[in-house]
Design a protein around this ligand. Structure first.
Ligand SMILES: Nc1nc2c(c(=O)[nH]1)N[C@H]1C(S)=C(S)[C@@H](COP(=O)(O)OP(=O)(O)OC[C@H]3O[C@@H](n4cnc5c(=O)[nH]c(N)nc54)[C@H](O)[C@@H]3O)O[C@H]1N2
Ligand SMILES: Nc1nc2c(c(=O)[nH]1)N[C@H]1C(S)=C(S)[C@@H](COP(=O)(O)OP(=O)(O)OC[C@H]3O[C@@H](n4cnc5c(=O)[nH]c(N)nc54)[C@H](O)[C@@H]3O)O[C@H]1N2
Ligand code: SF4
Ligand SMILES: [Mo]
Length: 747
């Protein structure tokens, strides 16, 4: 193949046909070489390491900690990796998943060719050309029969920010969809909503340095030792002999390492936090100056929490009175108190108000904007923060609003598209999209880098609902995921290490991951798949400038200008690498920014009057509670540091497999086991109103009596969960279902 002077591509088989800016060989077959290496043909640049035996840094693609990993290349391909010692996040450390990040790329079930369902309902390989035509024909067909909004997409917090922006723009502006959401809904929607209401923007205020600078750290519903091991390492580096208070119904690894463990009843956090607020006010342990200058609605809040008496808290939380008083005193005594939360809060029927109850405590005690303080949501997936800002799902690109005409015009001008292409309404949330399928309103679904058939709440319901779709496309690295198995079309995607782009970690730090390994077979970077789809769909012109991730990053920078998440000061990808990642904001014109920065040092929040808001509401019981028939409360979450979610990736490493139990276990208190006659390791039935599954009894006093815990990494667990959602964030409450236990021999 060669390029003539007038830039026409000549293949051995004859000239190539241009579709949008996508190139097809004469026989209509898409040349993979062109998609993979557009630079070779002057179609945009992909970055490769300069020297074939170089070392290059890439941010880890599992959790939101965002560790820097040095990837060592031989002849241009990654051979091994080591944690980066100069990356400000991990300082030379990595957890087992990071160490094994390259291994999981090699697996016989990698998707290497597009797969299409044949007449017998079996997935079989097809060409990219056929797959892309099928994608367009089928989804356009659905739209012409049922309207544009009958096709929706479910995206992810695990692809590059540039890919998210491409997907969201392609789907909504190019293909005319209205509804698209992502797995970030399962994960971060509560924190995002809480921050937005309280601070005026979805702005986690902290930097990881705060773990080391705090003298009192409060972790609520966060098992850092397992879920963010390297952040726990940062806590261990704290030189101030800090108080570490862990609030969790289970005696987790993190709780064991704490100085105080408040082993509360599940879903009683809000009562506890309001009671503590009441105690702080009663004792006048609050920062009245900060409250007056920088917040609104404190008086109403004080009135509200006055009803939260110790008696009430003892009753709801199960904690002794003195423990609650001690907790309030520790907050008062601490000079630099930080509040941290993760899924034990976000995944709750009243998650938003619970997150805000922590924000309220930080505000009323002036524990924000100073080193070692803050109300800090620890993110989950490597790029959940990217999806919150740039996936074009719950908000318009760059933290803008679909319903704001000025925002729409700004985005249209930057993207050089007609403003009419931008929806004027918000999308349905994930659960509403699923409900839409049930009600025959959504008939086509495109799922990218998420595995809802395993991870969505009340799974049996979902499986039935997905069967109702006229067309389901799944874009994944592996063919064996529970969702890919249900698909009509599978698009094979390159994974982390096989493509490039940026991630944003928990502390708002942008960092890059790189292409250090070729994707297997015909698998393509999601970015290239979106480019190809744009071309085949007929909206390639709209994306003619979206030739490479770095070009899209430049567009994101323009979009961010004037927003709290302004990143216009970053000098491109090289600068991101040179600076070892950059936290937002970094606006053009700023110089000398520190590597680790927190927000709100000036007490100015993002609401129009620059004040933060106290938000609160009466506490409620969850929609399902333990009963005589189903006497146990089921908690779910992360099992081990070596397992990632639905296990499509981590199960592929022999090293990681050795680090976690090889069978599904249910943690059960020994006294409960004794009462039920259940022996250690016995396989038992765990049953909720929605399903019954088998699991091996793991007898441990880490769970309280009347509770059981199961890791989410086994596909059956979500057969039991109860589909309830926070009314504001619409995040599922995965950590609350009523179940009963049965010995198998009892039938
Ligand atoms: N190894 C590993 N690490 C991961 C992940 C993974 O799959 N594997 N996933 C990443 C992602 S996406 C996320 S979102 C994070 C999640 O990180 P975490 O939220 O820390 O992990 P979980 O185990 O889901 O939940 C944390 C704790 O919440 C507790 N909990 C349950 N109900 C309540 C309650 O009512 N109140 C309180 N206070 N606590 C409660 C549980 O007992 C559990 O210990 O982890 C990230 N890191
Ligand atoms: N019971 C229970 N359920 C839960 C939770 C819980 O605590 N309890 N937690 C919830 C939370 S917080 C989360 S975040 C979700 C996670 O739920 P999911 O998002 O469904 O879980 P993952 O296994 O991370 O799925 C990611 C998918 O993307 C694929 N993939 C990875 N990288 C790429 C890529 O670059 N491109 C493409 N195209 N595909 C890729 C993987 O192979 C995998 O199939 O689970 C939720 N479900
Ligand atoms: S802590 Fe998270 S980011 Fe760091 S190596 Fe482990 S999985 Fe990767
Ligand atoms: Mo998550």
């Amino acid at each position: 193949m060669s390029i003539t002077t007038d830039n026409k591509l000549i293949a051995k088989s004859g000239p190539l046909k241009l579709v949008g800016d996508m190139i097809l060989a004469r026989d209509g077959h898409l040349t993979r070489e062109l998609l993979l290496e557009p630079a070779k043909f002057g179609l945009g640049k992909t970055r490769e390491a300069e020297s074939p035996d170089a070392t290059t840094t890439a941010v880890c693609g599992f959790c939101s900690t965002g560790c820097g990993l040095e990837i060592h290349l031989k002849e241009g391909r990654a051979v091994t990796l080591t944690p980066a010692t100069d990356w400000p996040v991990n300082l030379g450390m990595a957890c087992p998943k990071g160490w094994e990040a390259l291994t999981v790329l090699n697996s016989p079930d990698r998707a290497t060719r597009p797969l299409k369902k044949n007449a017998n309902g079996k997935l079989e390989p097809t060409s990219w050309d056929d797959a892309l035509k099928t994608f367009c024909d089928q989804l356009k067909g659905v739209q012409s029969r049922h309207g544009n909004d009958s096709v929706a997409f479910l995206s992810t917090g695990q692809i590059a920010t540039e890919e998210m922006a491409f997907l969201g723009s392609l789907a909504k502006f190019g293909m005319g969809m209205l509804h698209g959401d992502g797995n970030t809904r399962q994960c971060m929607a509560t924190a995002a909503t809480a921050y937005k209401e309280s601070f005026g923007f979805d702005a986690p205020p902290f930097s990881y340095a705060d773990f080391e600078e705090s003298d009192t750290l409060v972790f609520i519903g966060s098992n850092l030792c397992i879920a963010h091991p390297i952040l726990w390492e940062r806590v261990l580096r704290n030189p101030h002999k800090p108080e570490i208070i862990v609030i969790d119904p289970r005696l987790t690894e993190t709780a064991q390492a704490a100085t105080t463990h408040l082993q509360i009843q599940p879903k009683s956090d809000l009562t506890l936090l309001y009671t503590v607020a009441n105690l702080l006010i009663q004792n006048d342990w609050i920062d009245r100056d900060f409250i007056a200058q920088h917040t609104n609605h404190f008086d109403e809040f004080a009135q509200h929490v006055a009803a939260y008496t110790l008696e009430r808290a003892v009753e709801r939380t199960g904690l002794p009175e003195q423990t609650i008083i001690d907790f309030a005193e520790k907050i008062h005594r601490g000079e630099r108190v930080s509040f941290w939360w993760t899924m034990g809060v976000n995944q709750s029927h009243e998650g938003v108000r619970t997150a805000q109850a922590m924000i309220n405590l930080a505000l009323m005690t002036g524990n924000i904007g100073r080193p070692g303080t803050g109300a800090n949501s620890v993110t989950g997936q490597c790029n959940a923060m990217g999806s919150r800002l740039f996936s074009n799902t719950t908000n318009l690109l760059g933290g803008h609003s679909f319903t704001n005409p000025a925002d729409r015009q700004k985005v249209a001008d930057i993207l050089e598209i007609p403003v009419e292409r931008i929806p004027t309404e918000n999308s349905w949330a994930y659960d509403q999209i699923i409900e839409g399928i049930k009600e025959d309103k959504v008939k086509g679904l495109w799922v990218i880098a998420t595995n809802p058939a395993h991870s969505w709440i009340h799974q049996n319901g979902l499986h039935e609902i997905l069967q109702k779709l006229e067309f389901l496309v799944v874009q994944d690295m592996y063919t064996t995921t529970e969702t890919a198995q249900l698909a009509d079309l599978v698009l094979p995607a390159a994974g982390w290490g096989e493509k490039e782009g940026s991630f944003i970690n928990s502390e708002r730090r942008f960092g890059l991951h790189k292409k250090v390994s070729p994707a297997p077979g015909e698998a393509l970077a999601d970015f290239q798949i979106f480019r190809a789809i744009a071309g085949y769909w007929g909206c390639g012109d709209m994306f003619s400038k979206w030739t490479a991730p770095e070009r899209v990053f430049e567009t994101m920078q323009q979009l961010s200008q004037g927003q709290p998440c302004d990143i216009s000061g970053i000098g491109g990808y090289q600068d991101l690498d040179d600076r070892r990642g950059v936290q937002w904001p970094f606006a053009a014109g700023e110089t000398d920014i520190a590597s680790e920065r927190r927000l709100f040092a000036d007490g100015q929040f993002f609401h129009a009057d620059q004040k933060a808001k106290f938000r609160f509401e009466e506490t409620r019981l969850p929609g399902e509670t333990a009963s005589e028939e189903y006497p146990f409360t089921l908690l779910t979450g992360r099992g081990t540091a070596a397992q990632w979610h639905t296990q499509t990736r981590t199960a592929k490493s022999g090293v990681l497999r050795k680090l976690y139990p090889n069978m599904l276990q249910v943690d059960l208190h020994p006294a409960d086991a004794k009462e039920l006659g259940i022996a250690p390791h016995e396989e038992i039935f765990v049953e909720s109103k929605r399903g019954v599954i088998k699991a091996h009894a793991n007898l441990t006093a880490a769970v309280q009596r009347g509770h059981v815990f199961m890791p989410m990494h086994w596909e059956t667990v979500n057969q039991l969960t109860f589909a309830e959602f926070d009314p504001y964030s619409r995040q599922p409450s995965y950590k609350n279902a009523a179940v009963r236990l049965r010995r198998r021999q009892d039938g």
